[in-house]
Design a protein around this ligand. Structure first.
Ligand code: PGA
Length: 254
């Protein structure tokens, strides 16, 4: 079976409830043609999860993602949201370890291990984000750095568990900057990450893991980036906030 191709949206902390309703209505006003291996995941803010789940409930291959979950099962953690709560809404995915969470909320590779575990235990598909800052790329240490993020947060998993993970490579210097990695840079890193996975879990497992690219993906560049052999779709921020733009990104899946 071919690997899953995913167009994933990351709305981040944007849109009012009314704007979210309109965007969802616009996105699904017409039937989106998806082939057997193509999927859409919409990462919406917590207050809109139920709304979004309801809007897509009759659509095949379209799922909703939370943008985070807490490490603990339940209890006195004011303001946090558990994986169980998210799953109980009918949400399918959870974005974990986005660079903004690593930077502003100090999420470490170790903490992400716990988030990955609790997400999997509740039947959620983690979209695990990794990626290097510009200084690391300039020092030519990006392959090693991103490989280590995978190792430290994922390599405790069994092969069967790893197969439930989606990886999103997002070079920090390309996020929200309008500066994308070139298709070659994306392919080079994705091939490297697949090799890191293959060295640990074998080629058969590694070849099944979707690796998405993120960082200034938009309608006009999606096709070229997604066309790379080891790029299996994208995690899209800014361009996912406009229906026509995101529909074009979806159309870029191979
Ligand atoms: P961007 O964000 O598409 O706005 O660069 C991507 C992301 O942070 O997931």
């Amino acid at each position: 079976m071919a690997r899953k191709q995913i167009a994933a949206a990351n709305w981040k902390m944007n849109l009012t409830y009314q704007q979210a309703q309109s965007l969802l209505d616009e996105l699904f006003a017409h039937k989106i043609e998806l082939s057997q291996d193509q999927y859409i995941a919409l990462g919406v803010p917590f207050p809109y999860l139920s709304l979004a789940v309801d809007k897509v409930k009759n659509l095949d291959h379209v799922g909703i993602a939370a943008q985070n979950c807490y490490t603990q099962k339940s209890g006195a953690y004011t303001g946090e949201t558990s994986a169980e709560m998210i799953a109980s809404l009918g949400v399918q995915y959870v974005i974990l370890g986005h660079s903004e969470r690593r930077e502003y909320f100090l999420e470490s590779n170790q903490m992400l291990t716990e988030k990955i575990n609790i997400a999997l235990a509740n039947g959620l598909t983690p979209i695990f984000c990794c990626g290097e800052a510009l200084s690391i790329r300039e020092a030519n240490a990006h392959n090693e750095y991103v490989g280590q993020q995978l190792q430290e947060s994922l390599f405790h998993l069994s092969a069967d568990e790893l197969k439930k993970i989606v990886i999103a490579y997002e070079p920090i210097w390309a996020i929200g900057t309008g500066k994308t990695a070139t298709a070659e840079q994306a392919q080079e890193m994705h091939a490297h990450l697949r090799k890191v996975l293959a060295d640990q879990y074998g080629l058969e497992v590694a070849s099944q893991i979707p690796i998405l690219y993120g960082g200034s993906v938009k309608g006009s560049n999606a096709k070229e980036i997604f066309g790379q052999p080891d790029v299996d779709g994208g995690l899209v921020g800014g361009a996912s906030l406009k229906a026509d733009e995101f529909l074009q990104v979806i159309a870029g899946l191979k």
